[in-house]
Each structure stands twice: as structure tokens, then as C-alpha cells.
Design a protein around this ligand. Structure first.
Ligand SMILES: Nc1ncnc2c1ncn2[C@@H]1O[C@H](COP(=O)(O)OP(=O)(O)O)[C@@H](O)[C@H]1O
Ligand SMILES: [Mg+2]
Length: 365
């Protein structure tokens, strides 16, 4: 869709003339544009995004979350003598002080961020150093926000990691068995049901207050981290649409779930799907060194379990969708969701076998 970028960007607190505004990056959720301004002879870059209205219909809540977290981070980064324009996203407000602009013409909600200079968001892990640096970035993000009151955040995707509720949904899909598929996947169903005890562990720790409720990012992929283009070191965490209250074990666990798999998430040949404990070590080292002293004992004790839990939860969701007739996750072949569920369960089994070693690695770092 073509937008009137001159008019839209003129709504924001940006000085200078718009020189160009073009599609940018490889994000799949929002529409991202690079807007370049001439401010008295100096080129200044901004990121303009049209927020995905289907996924995030309530832009007020979404942007309230992002503003709270980025403003908190900026203060912390300044206290630590860092560069807040590089190490955090910075929301540019509209001229009437709002964190986004609703464009009546296109019906879209637009926001503007300062452009993080001299940094790259890689699409895939090309070497273990990338994985290590993403661990540093997310560990640092959790460290910066350790004292932030996460209960101030809206749950933009309610019950996202409420594994107890996810189990309820799974059982509903199973009892409906709308496509008569349950009979062919007994082994996988048993795999889920026999581990039901996993579901409440972290949910209960959070509820009882034994584990602190903290900010979780919920999309801890490498392409949501900016790495310095020269040194390759972690600069900032971006893409804050899914920040919510939760446990740091969720973010850690989800990074391990997809980062330590030797195969693809939908690999049909399970011989290719293995849990890579060396990569686990790499991530744990990077994450824990950046977390520093902000991590509590109960969080530490559950980080490795978090990896099992996130992988189990993900597999359970794939299997539920398979039973429902593939309505949620996009599929491109028959049995696609079943293949995905199987890779996750293979990883869960692998991790269960080496859990003591995983915990030892956490202890040593
Ligand atoms: N503030 C920023 N500075 C520089 N590049 C950015 C900034 N925000 C986003 N990008 C680039 O745009 C891409 C997509 O942005 P992102 O917010 O992750 O969108 P999506 O939600 O669609 O994944 C990023 O991977 C990164 O390359
Ligand atoms: Mg992204």
C-alpha cells in the first residue's frame, strides 16, 4: 500500500525535510520503513512502522507498554553511562504528545523510532558468536528491567505462556477430535499428557510470588537484536510488541528451544533433530554474564527447566492445532503441524536426559 509519508511523518516531532521513505528490514509482523530526513544539511534516519492491526488491535495498550519500558531503560542506560539512543529503542512522539498516530486515510496506526546506527539485525545464526551476542543482549535487557514493575504492563497476548491454560486448550482439542486424527497420534498425545505436571510449575511460582514477575520479551529471535556492525557485539534489543509480565525463564527457555535445535523446527526426519548442549552452554554463558546479580536463586534453578517447558508448550500447541485441522499455524503440507510437534517432543526428550548437566552449566556461570 502506498502511503502519504510526508503527511504522516509531519505528524511526529521530527525536524527537517523528508528526503525518502522506503520499505526496510525483514520483519514479518509490522510494515517497516526507513525514513531519511534532511535536518539543516544533516541526514537523520528514523524507523517508521505501520503496526500490524490484526495482531495488535489495541495500539493504546501496545504503545503504553513500549513507552513504559523504553523510558525506564533510557534512564538506566544513562545511569550506566551508556548511549540511550543506541542501546534502547526510543519512541518519537506525535506533535500532540501521543506515542503513535492513527491515519484516517489508510486506517493504519503508525509509530516512529530513532534509528539505531551502526548496527545490524541478522536473520539467522551464522556462527555461535551471534548466538552468544543475542544471549548477551537479552540478558542485558532482563538486567536493565529487573527492577521494573512488570505488573504495569498489559498482557497484549493474554495467557501467552499460561501453560496450565494451554493444557486445558489441548484437552479441549483432544476431546473434540474434530478430524478424527487422535487415533493416529496416540504416542504424541501420551507424551503431552504424561508430563502435565510441568504445566503449573512456573505459573504457580509466579502466582505465589516465590518467583518474581518480570518483563519478558517473548520474541527472542536473533533478528530482534542489533549487533554492532564493526565489533559484532550486542547493542540493543528491538521489537518490543510482545513485552509482557512473566518469568525470565520463558525468554531464556524459548531462545534455547529454537537456538539449540540442530534441525529445522518442521524437520520430518527426527534423526536430524538433536539438542545441542554446546550451544546451550554458549547461550547460558552469554545470558547469565549479562544478567549479573539481578537473577534470583529460584529463577536460576528454573532456567534449564524453562527450556524444557517452552519446548513442551510449543509442541503441545502444534499438536493441538493438528487435532483442530491446522487452523492456527500456517501449513504447507499434510502433517506439517504433526512434524513440528514431533521435533519439539524429540528436543524435550533430549533435554530431559541431560537436565542435570544443563543445571550444572547454569550453576557454573
Ligand atoms: N530502531 C531501529 N533502528 C534500526 N533498525 C531497526 C529499528 N527497528 C527495527 N529495525 C529494523 O527493522 C526490522 C524489522 O523491525 P521489527 O520491529 O523487528 O519488526 P517486526 O515486528 O515486523 O519483526 C528489524 O529486524 C531491523 O532490521
Ligand atoms: Mg522482528
Amino acid at each position: 500500500m502506498a502511503y502519504d509519508f510526508k503527511r504522516i511523518t509531519s505528524e511526529f516531532e521530527i525536524s527537517g525535510e523528508l528526503l525518502s521513505c522506503e520499505r526496510y528490514g525483514e520483519g514479518h509482523i509490522n510494515e517497516t520503513y526507513l525514513a531519511i530526513f534532511d535536518d539543516n544539511g544533516k541526514e537523520v534516519k528514523y524507523i517508521l512502522q505501520r503496526i500490524n492491526g490484526k495482531l495488535f488491535p489495541d495500539a493504546d495498550k501496545l504503545m503504553s507498554n513500549i513507552l513504559l519500558v523504553t523510558e525506564f531503560n533510557r534512564k538506566k542506560i544513562i545511569e550506566r553511562k551508556g548511549d540511550p539512543d543506541r542501546e534502547s529503542l526510543t519512541v518519537i512522539k506525535t506533535k500532540d504528545g501521543k506515542p503513535y498516530y492513527h491515519d484516517e486515510v489508510s486506517g493504519g496506526n503508525f509509530r516512529v523510532y530513532k534509528f539505531i546506527t551502526g548496527a545490524i539485525a541478522y536473520q539467522t545464526v551464522e556462527k555461535p558468536e551471534h548466538f552468544y551476542e543475542s544471549a548477551q543482549a537479552f540478558g542485558n535487557f532482563a538486567n536493565l528491567l529487573a527492577e521494573f514493575d512488570a505488573t504495569k504492563l498489559y498482557e497484549v497476548l493474554p495467557d501467552f505462556h499460561n501453560t496450565v491454560k494451554r493444557m486445558g486448550d489441548f484437552k479441549n482439542s483432544l476431546s473434540k477430535d474434530a478430524f478424527g486424527r487422535a487415533k493416529d497420534v496416540k504416542k504424541e498425545i501420551d507424551f503431552v499428557l504424561s508430563r502435565e505436571e510441568y504445566c503449573g510449575r512456573i505459573v504457580d511460582l509466579l502466582k505465589s510470588g516465590k518467583m518474581p514477575t518480570k518483563v519478558t520479551h517473548n520474541d527472542t529471535k536473533l533478528n530482534n537484536v542489533m549487533l554492532d556492525e564493526k565489533t559484532g557485539k550486542a547493542v540493543a534489543v528491538i521489537d518490543l510488541d510482545t513485552i509482557m509480565p512473566g518469568s525470565i525463564c520463558y525468554d531464556f527457555g524459548d531462545s534455547i528451544r529454537f537456538g539449540c535445535n540442530t534441525g529445522a523446527e518442521d524437520e520430518p526426519d527426527l534423526n536430524k533433530v538433536n539438542f545441542d548442549i554446546d550451544l546451550f552452554k554458549t547461550y547460558a554463558k552469554g545470558y547469565l554474564s549479562a544478567l549479573g546479580k539481578s537473577v534470583t536463586k529460584i529463577e536460576r534453578d528454573n532456567l534449564a527447566f524453562g527450556a524444557i517447558l517452552m519446548t513442551y508448550e510449543c509442541g503441545m500447541r502444534f499438536l493441538a492445532d493438528y487435532l483442530d485441522g491446522d487452523v492456527y499455524f500456517r501449513t504447507t503440507r499434510e502433517g506439517h503441524n504433526l512434524d513440528r510437534a514431533r521435533t519439539q517432543f524429540k528436543l524435550v526428550s533430549d533435554m530431559e536426559k541431560v537436565l542435570p548437566e544443563m543445571n550444572r552449566i547454569i550453576e557454573e556461570n
